[in-house]
Each structure stands twice: as structure tokens, then as C-alpha cells.
Design a protein around this ligand. Structure first.
Ligand SMILES: Cc1cc2nc3c(=O)[nH]c(=O)nc-3n(C[C@H](O)[C@H](O)[C@H](O)COP(=O)(O)OP(=O)(O)OC[C@H]3O[C@@H](n4cnc5c(N)ncnc54)[C@H](O)[C@@H]3O)c2cc1C
Length: 481
């Protein structure tokens, strides 16, 4: 029987960058659901924020802490911003090409709440797709597709691997170290920008194992999303559009964000999302738009090719047409608690990296484009720790039991859950609605459901309970009494 040195659950930026940093001679296996590109990393548009030089590190730290609304762990932020440059440079040294000007200098753009231009990007607005492709091409280790992890094999203070469901069969896969890099929670919400594989299973499994989840109420809603499609994943209109001159307007073409915050379109995304939500309610407006009238067509097409062609496919002629927008769930600041080497407290050999992790690097609100950076920085730290660390590992075997993953009613309940989370645990929350949501989720958990829905429900419950506990608004968590 094969015992791997490391199993990595997830093939986004965090999982693949961990794989890239693990020596070829190590026995490593990467697991992912569906196809490898079906992850949030692939869809990331804006770019990766990084201190432009040593002098910018402190300002990047300060911007991150300001966005985090007092909940950031300063040491975690220092690690992110301090090690960010070398993590990005390491990609470049391995051959990755960010966009450059005619003289070969890296192009840096600006996004909301950054006090200077420090976002590197690739392929215009295709940063995630390009980084993902690059990491896949460089990956030296085997990757198993269409594989869902459905259990963590653990006993006392050690994890022995994972149980998977692959091609209709259950299998135990054993390893000396397990890294969870399974992304966020998008599928819990009716409107979201996330890949369909990102459905909070591993957070649910962590809860079942008794690991601590932290800051789960801190859910970020992106203000500019085209939601009028029947696809589960809604079309994001990147922050950098506003950074480079797009406006939010009402049906008469009037800008209104300055009535809410003096930074207008460049306010942090939670403020823009709530402003749109409030403006629509107060002024009884059905539709709010993003206007691109500041852009020249050729510039727009070259700088934002993904958005240009995606929206062309949906019938929009950019930059002339305005596009109806709505806020939608986008990013989870909360996750499985871990230390600055990405290790989970309860186990000697379990690590979490990327969006699924919580080091408090984002606090109560993530600064735009800090999450790809987080994936790069903390994957390297987890690998470093794994390669340094020695502990006694005596392999044990677990039962090869099968489980009921789906039950007939699950589809209806999943859809009800998404609506419930959107309406009751969304942009503006009230204690009453949160309590109603908790009762409803509890009753779904005790009904006749399959395991995968149960994991979603456990994570939803953790979000709702954290939201109820935090009685005052902070960062992305906004509660009205
Ligand atoms: C539309 C969009 C645009 C964005 N733009 C930016 C940006 O410009 N800059 C920025 O910094 N951030 C951006 N973000 C956020 C950023 O993309 C994500 O936070 C980041 O990519 C997460 O990377 P990850 O490796 O943690 O997870 P992901 O890339 O989401 O990968 C998760 C992986 O886990 C696997 N997985 C999940 N559950 C299981 C399971 N049970 N079993 C097996 N495998 C599993 C999935 O199959 C997938 O391979 C954006 C996000 C979205 C959705």
C-alpha cells in the first residue's frame, strides 16, 4: 500500500504552489474535484497585490490592517506583506510572465483601499487563469481529478490521510502529512462568483473532527457582479475596473457612492456593496449599473479582454453599454484556524492554506488582491514546516466503509439553503433573521440528508452562529438591530 509523504486537497493557487515547492523525490498526491481548472484561482481577474519594493512593505501592511477593521493578526499581516515580494519573484524566476510596459517593467495597477498601485496582473484581466495554467505546467507531482474528499482519517493528534469518492468508489488514501487547500464557501449562497467545486466540504469535515473555525461571519460580498444569468457562478466585474475609472450609476446615469463615502468608487468593497444595497432600498431602484464611459474601446479590450469577451457573449457592447450589477458573495475571510506555518492546532500533521485557512491575515475584510498572495506565501511556509518537522508516525489502517453522499431530497434542500443564506446571512443581517436561519439549518441537519449536504449545513451553521455572537457590525459583518 502507498503511503504518501504529503496529500494536498485542492488544486488552486495554494495547493499547486505547495506542490511546486515540494521536492520531486517526495511522494506527493494532489486531489481535486471535477477538472483542475474548476477553482476560484482560475477565475481570478484583477491580480496579485505585492509591495513594489522594501519601502512599500509597511504601507502594504497598513493598508491590509486598515481594510481588516481591527481584526487582523499583525504578525500574520507582516508575514504576508513581508514575504509577498519573494513569493511573487519566485514565480517570475520560474518563468511566469506578468504584464509589462514597453520597457519591460512590471505594470502595477490600483484597486480599492490600496494607497498606491501595487497589483501585478497577467493577460490583462486573466491573472488567475494564467497563474493556474503555469502552476499546472510546472507541477512535478501526480494529480487526481474528479475526486471528492469525504472524510479526514484521524486519531488522537494525528491525521493519516483522507477518504475519497472517485469514479463511483470509496477509497482511503494514506499520508504522513495532509494539506487542505480546498478554497472557500461560495456554493452556500444564492448569488456568488465562485467555482462550483467550492462548496465548504472541508470546513464541514474540520468541524466534524473538532477543529476550530474562526471569523466565519466575515463573508465578503463583491459589489459589481452581473447576476442575470442562470449559471450558478455569476460574472464578476473586477475591482480594477473601478480602480481604472468605471463608475457605479443609477438608471439616470447619476453617481451616488460619494453620498456614502468620500472615496466613492474606490471605497472598500463592503462599503460599496452596502451602499448599493441601501440606495436600491431607499430609492426603490431595481437596477444599478456599472458605466465604462471613461474608457477607450481599444484600451478596454486589451486591458480587460476576459470581461470584454464574456460580456460580449451576453449581448453587451463595451465600453459603450452600461451593465446592470448587483453585489454577490465573493470571498470567505473566515476558515479553519491555523498558525503562521499553516498548521492546525489539534493535529501534528494537518495544514490549511489559501482561502480555507484562517490566520487572520484578512481580519474582518480582505484587501483586494491579497488572497492570491496569501495562497503563494502560506503554501511555501506550510511546505517549509513539513520538510523541517520530525514526529513519530506509525501508520494505521482505517475501515474502507462506504457512505451515503446524496439523498433524493438534497437538491431541493441545497437550493433552499442558498436562498436562506442569501436572504438571512447576507449583506445586511438582523439578529431575528439569523436566528430564523439557525433554526432552519438545524432542522435540515436533522432531516434525512446525504453526507455532502450535511457538510455544507455544518459550515453554514458555523457562519450563522459566529454572526449571532458578533452583536456589533465590524468589517464585512453588518448587523442592524
Ligand atoms: C471571480 C473571482 C475573482 C477573483 N479575483 C481575485 C484577484 O484578482 N486577486 C486575488 O487575490 N483574489 C481574487 N479572488 C479570490 C481568489 O481567487 C481565491 O481566494 C483564491 O484563488 C483561492 O485559492 P485556493 O487555492 O485557496 O482555492 P481554489 O482556487 O478555490 O481551489 C480550491 C480547490 O479545492 C478543491 N476542492 C474543494 N473541495 C474539495 C473536496 N471536498 N475534495 C477534493 N477537492 C476539493 C477544488 O476542486 C479546487 O481544486 C477572486 C475570486 C473569484 C471567485
Amino acid at each position: 500500500m502507498q503511503i504518501y509523504d504529503v496529500i494536498i486537497v485542492g488544486a488552486g493557487i495554494a495547493g499547486l504552489n505547495a506542490a511546486l515547492n515540494l521536492p520531486e523525490e517526495k511522494k506527493v498526491l494532489i486531489l481535486c474535484k471535477e477538472n483542475s481548472w474548476d477553482c476560484n484561482t482560475f477565475y481570478a481577474q484583477g491580480g496579485i497585490s505585492v509591495a513594489v519594493d522594501e519601502n512599500d512593505v509597511n504601507l502594504h501592511i497598513q493598508d491590509t490592517i486598515n481594510a481588516g477593521a481591527g481584526l487582523c493578526d499583525k504578525e500574520a499581516v507582516k508575514v504576508l506583506c513581508g514575504e509577498g515580494r519573494s513569493a511573487v519573484d519566485s514565480l517570475i524566476q520560474k518563468g511566469f510572465e506578468f504584464d509589462k510596459d514597453d520597457k519591460g517593467n512590471l505594470l502595477y495597477t490600483k484597486e480599492a483601499a490600496h494607497s498606491k498601485n501595487r497589483i501585478v496582473h497577467a493577460g490583462g484581466d486573466a491573472t488567475g487563469r494564467q497563474v493556474h495554467l503555469f502552476l499546472m505546467q510546472k507541477n512535478p507531482h501526480p494529480l487526481m481529478y474528479k475526486t471528492t474528499v469525504i472524510d479526514i482519517l484521524q486519531k488522537n493528534d494525528l491525521v493519516y490521510g483522507v477518504r475519497i469518492f472517485h469514479q463511483g468508489k470509496f477509497e482511503n488514501i494514506y499520508a504522513k502529512n495532509t494539506i487542505i487547500a480546498s478554497g472557500g464557501i461560495g456554493s452556500l449562497y444564492e448569488y456568488h462568483t465562485n467555482a462550483k467545486t467550492v462548496s465548504a466540504d472541508m470546513q464541514g469535515l474540520a468541524i466534524e473532527c473538532g477543529c476550530e473555525l474562526r471569523d466565519m461571519e466575515m463573508t465578503q460580498f463583491h459589489p459589481t457582479v452581473f447576476v442575470n444569468t442562470d449559471k450558478a457562478r455569476k460574472q464578476l466585474l473586477s475591482e480594477s475596473l473601478r480602480g481604472e475609472g468605471a463608475f457605479v450609476i443609477n438608471d439616470k446615469g447619476e453617481r451616488f457612492l460619494f453620498d456614502y463615502d468620500k472615496r466613492g468608487e474606490l471605497s472598500p468593497r463592503d462599503i460599496v456593496s452596502r451602499s448599493i444595497f441601501d440606495y436600491k432600498q431607499k430609492h426603490k431602484k431595481d437596477t444599478i449599473y456599472l458605466s465604462f464611459e471613461n474608457f477607450q474601446r481599444e484600451f478596454f479590450k486589451n486591458r480587460f479582454p476576459t470581461i470584454y469577451y464574456n460580456l460580449k457573449g451576453l449581448g453587451f457592447n463595451l465600453p459603450e453599454d452600461r451593465v446592470p450589477i448587483s453585489p454577490a458573495f465573493h470571498y470567505a475571510m473566515g476558515g479553519i484556524k491555523c498558525d503562521l506555518d499553516a498548521k492546525v492546532d489539534k493535529y501534528k500533521n494537518l495544514y490549511v492554506i489559501g482561502e480555507v485557512a484562517n490566520t487572520r491575515v484578512h481580519g474582518a475584510n480582505r484587501l483586494a488582491s491579497n488572497s492570491l498572495l496569501e495562497g503563494l506565501v502560506f503554501s511555501r511556509r506550510a511546505v517549509r514546516k513539513i520538510l523541517q518537522k520530525n514526529y513519530d508516525f506509525i501508520h494505521i489502517e482505517f475501515d474502507e466503509k462506504s457512505e451515503i453522499l446524496f439523498k433524493p431530497n438534497d437538491k431541493i434542500l441545497k437550493s433552499e439553503l442558498r436562498t436562506l443564506m442569501w436572504n438571512n446571512v447576507g449583506i445586511v443581517r438582523t439578529k431575528k433573521n439569523l436566528k430564523l436561519a439557525l433554526d432552519k439549518v438545524d432542522s435540515m441537519i436533522s432531516s434525512d440528508i446525504g453526507k455532502l449536504l450535511k457538510l455544507r449545513l455544518l459550515t453554514s451553521k458555523a457562519i450563522i452562529e459566529s454572526a449571532i455572537k458578533r452583536e456589533k457590525s465590524l468589517g464585512a459583518h453588518y448587523i442592524k438591530n
